[in-house]
Design a protein around this ligand. Structure first.
Ligand code: ADP
Ligand code: MG
Length: 764
């Protein structure tokens, strides 16, 4: 409470001080105001004086302006002007008088001279008047300028007067403001009084606070009482805790004694351990001494050993030195050895070279021999060979007994085939038979020797013969995924030609043609409908050629594909029913290979004719009429003609009827002479096709069996049977005359070729 009282007292003192301060400030402010008002009054005075001064200045300026030189000058000039005008008027009057006198004739007038003088004077005066007038005008101009300038000055004066009025206004406003400030400052002591009053009110409040504080004091005293009681309790607690402390002290003492005892014990143990350690050290030392002695003894032994080793070391050093010398000499030795080895090796290489050369020569000779043998073999086999190919049963054959398989093969002889026809088995022997599972690749392997011989300048014909649907087109063209002979042959030709590129330049060209109803058409030409003619070469070589037949040069498989596609498109666009049409026409792909041996200048030309023949089936003779009959007749004729030609060739007749059909005529070069021909007879194995199959196989066997011995053969066979005759032959009775000849004369080639062929067949 005392403290709060003291605080309040202090507060009161502080407030009083503040009051005094404020009063002082007030006095100071009043002084300030006084001085400020005095100052302002002084300012007002000075401003007023300035105003007066300026007014005086203005009036002075005005008076000054009134009496400028210009104005005076102007007045003067005006007066002069007036005077001169009056003078001029007087002179004019005089002049008029004189003129009037002159009009009166007075020759001897004494005034004549006077008159002349006067006239002179007059003219002088007139001149003067003129000058004066000009001066006057000038002066007038000057006066005008001066008045203008005066007006300007007046305007400026007016502006400055307005400015002054504004300044006056501003000053008076400021005076007014200052007076107002003085008045407000005068009202401030009132405020201070108000503050004092509020302080007094606050002191009442302070008194109230004092009362409150007293009551609080009372409350605090009560609290002190309570606290004293608590203190007492605590003292009691303290006593009890002191007691506990004494107890704890006793315990600590006890523990300390125990600790001391333990410490003593530990010291004892340590002593014992120290003793033990010393003992062990002593022991180890004595042991080490013993060991040391032993080592010393060992050392002595080693020393004696060392002495004995020294001579050995000496010999070793000696050895080492000698080795060193050897090593130094080694490179020389090595070089020598190498030189001799090199010489030996080069000699050996030389030997190998010469052997190689010899071998190569022998190999080449062998190759030539082999080729010769091959050609001989082909010749012996007959330049005309006949293969059979049986296609698999397809979906198109349908189901049931009609689609049953009627063809079987001989497991030991791949040239034999059996056909079950009307319950009887008929066997045929060809040069080779391909069963249904034979791949395009396998078929091509058998014909590739023929294809390559065309690079050596031979003409080759490969025919696919058989009824429609027997697989002729499949064998020749094949499918995109599984190409046939046509594409494979061209590919083989490309690779062979590439292999010989070192010595030979080859060009390969292809033409594609079609023979339909005995008309030859170009499948690659611009005018496919145009019928082409076969003509004799005008060079007298006896060669045939087809004027206008398009030839494309091909260099890659892509080129061939393009050519095929082109030909195919031509065929398709020209015909409404391609299948029908293609089975009624012969399709020819003629590949010509021209070679030039760069070293010898030798030229070769070989032709490969790949022919997909028209379907060999017989058209029902009763039903066919019109175009169908004509087609059938044409086909029949051309196939018969082909048979005739082959027959004539194989039986080496003097006359070969090439001209009997367009096909044989066109292929004349490729069928005669050294040419090689392959007839691929296609057959279907289905039961329903057996009679056609039989016909085809008979045709095949007849072609093949036309062996040599032309006169006797001719006598035996008469002429080649036409297509119709084939059909008439009863199965079984077609036993080929060439087969199983009992006793051929030793000089006859037929028996030789047959035996060779048989050997080949059995050897696989
Ligand atoms: P052709 O040209 O003789 O009228 P195709 O070559 O058109 O006969 O063949 C008739 C059908 O038989 C075609 O669908 C063909 O794919 C198929 N074909 C022919 N020979 C074989 C074969 N060896 N393997 C598989 N399918 C064949
Ligand atoms: Mg076909």
């Amino acid at each position: 409470v005392m403290a709060s009282m003291a605080h309040l007292q202090k507060e009161k003192l502080r407030l009083q001080e503040e009051l005094l301060e404020l009063q002082e400030k007030l006095a100071a402010q009043e002084n300030n105001e006084l001085s400020l008002s005095l100052q302002l009054q002084g300012q007002v005075e000075t401003l007023k004086a300035k105003l007066l001064e300026q007014a005086q200045e203005i009036s002075r300026l005005r008076s000054e302006l009134g009496g400028t030189d210009a104005e005076k000058h102007r007045d003067l000039l005006a007066a002069e002007n007036e005077r001169l005008r009056q003078e001029m008027k007087a002179l004019e009057g005089e002049l008029r008088e004189l003129q009037r006198q002159q009009q009166a004739p007075c020759h001897d007038c004494p005034h004549l001279q006077e008159n002349a003088e006067l006239q002179e004077q007059l003219s002088q005066l007139q001149q003067e008047a003129e000058e004066t007038r000009a001066k006057l005008v000038e002066l007038d101009l000057e006066v005008q300028q001066k008045t203008n300038r005066l007006a300007e000055v007046e305007l400026r004066l007016k502006d400055s007067l307005a400015e002054r009025a504004e300044e006056e206004e501003r000053l008076s406003r400021r005076l007014r403001d200052s007076q107002e400030t003085i008045a407000s400052l005068k009202s401030q002591p009132q405020q201070i009084k108000y503050i004092i009053k509020t302080v007094e009110v606050e002191s009442a409040k302070v008194k109230q606070a004092l009362c409150e504080t007293q009551s609080r004091n009372q409350y605090l005293q009560e609290q002190v009482g309570m606290q004293k009681q608590v203190l007492k309790e605590m003292e009691q607690q303290l006593q009890s805790s002191q007691k506990t402390e004494a107890q704890l002290r006793a315990q600590i003492m006890m523990y300390e004694a125990e600790l001391e005892r333990a410490h003593g014990q530990m010291l004892e143990e340590m002593q014992a351990m120290e003793d033990e350690k010393n003992h062990a050290i002593e022991e180890a030392f004595s042991r080490a001494q013993v060991e040391m002695k032993a080592v010393h003894e060992n050392l002595a032994g080693v020393r004696t050993n060392l002495l004995t080793l020294q001579p050995a070391l000496r010999t070793l050093t000696h050895d080492y030195n000698s080795l060193k010398r050897q090593v130094r000499d080694f490179p020389l030795l090595l070089q020598e050895t190498l030189r001799s080895a090199r010489a030996e090796i080069s000699q050996a290489i030389e030997e190998v070279h010469s052997t190689n050369r010899e071998l190569l020569r022998k190999y080449r000779r062998e190759l030539q021999l082999r080729k010769k043998c091959h050609n001989e073999l082909v010749r012996l086999k007959g330049n005309i060979r006949v293969f059979g190919r049986v296609r698999p049963i397809t979906k198109e054959d349908g189901e049931g007994p009609e689609a049953a398989n009627a063809v079987t093969f001989d497991a030991d002889d791949d040239a034999v085939l059996h056909l079950l026809h009307k319950g009887k088995q008929v066997s045929f022997e060809l040069d080779k038979v391909f069963p249904p599972q034979a791949s395009q690749e396998e078929v091509f392997q058998e014909v590739q020797a023929l294809v390559t011989s065309c690079i050596d300048g031979y003409n080759v014909c490969i025919f696919a013969y058989g009824q429609t649907g027997a697989g002729k087109t499949y064998t020749m063209e094949g499918t995109a995924a599984n190409p046939g002979i046509n594409q494979r042959a061209l590919q083989l030709l490309f690779s062979e030609v590439r292999g010989k590129a070192a010595d030979w330049d080859y060009t390969i060209t292809v033409s594609a043609a079609e023979i339909y109803n005995e008309a030859l058409r170009d499948l690659l030409g611009k005018e496919p409908q145009e019928k082409l003619e076969i003509k004799l070469c005008p060079d007298g070589s006896g060669q045939l050629y087809v004027p206008g037949l398009t030839e494309f040069r091909v260099q890659s498989v892509e080129d061939i594909n393009k050519v095929f596609e082109f030909g195919h498109i031509k065929r398709v666009t020209e015909c409404t029913n391609l299948n029908e049409h293609s089975s009624r026409s012969h399709a020819l792909l003629i590949v010509t290979v021209r070679g030039l041996d760069r070293s010898t200048g030798l030229r070769t030309t070989g032709k490969l004719n790949l022919v997909d023949l028209a379907g060999s089936e017989r058209v029902g003779r009763s039903g066919a009429e019109g175009s169908r009959l004509r087609e059938a007749q044409h086909i029949n004729k051309s196939l018969s003609a082909l048979g005739d030609v082959i027959y004539a060739l194989r039986s080496r007749q003097g006359h070969v009827p090439f001209r009997n059909s367009k096909l044989t005529y066109l292929l004349q070069d490729s069928l005669s002479g050294d040419s090689k021909t392959l007839m691929m007879v296609q057959v279907s194995p289905a039961e329903k096709n057996t009679s056609e199959t039989l016909c085809s196989l008979k045709f095949a066997e007849r072609v093949r069996s036309v062996e040599l011995g032309p006169v006797s053969r001719k006598a035996e066979l008469g002429s080649w049977p036409s297509q119709e005759h084939l059909e008439g032959d009863s199965p079984g009775s077609a036993a080929p005359p060439g087969r199983g000849h009992a006793s051929p004369s030793p000089g006859q080639l037929s028996s030789r070729s047959a035996s060779i062929r048989r050997k080949l067949h059995t050897s696989g």
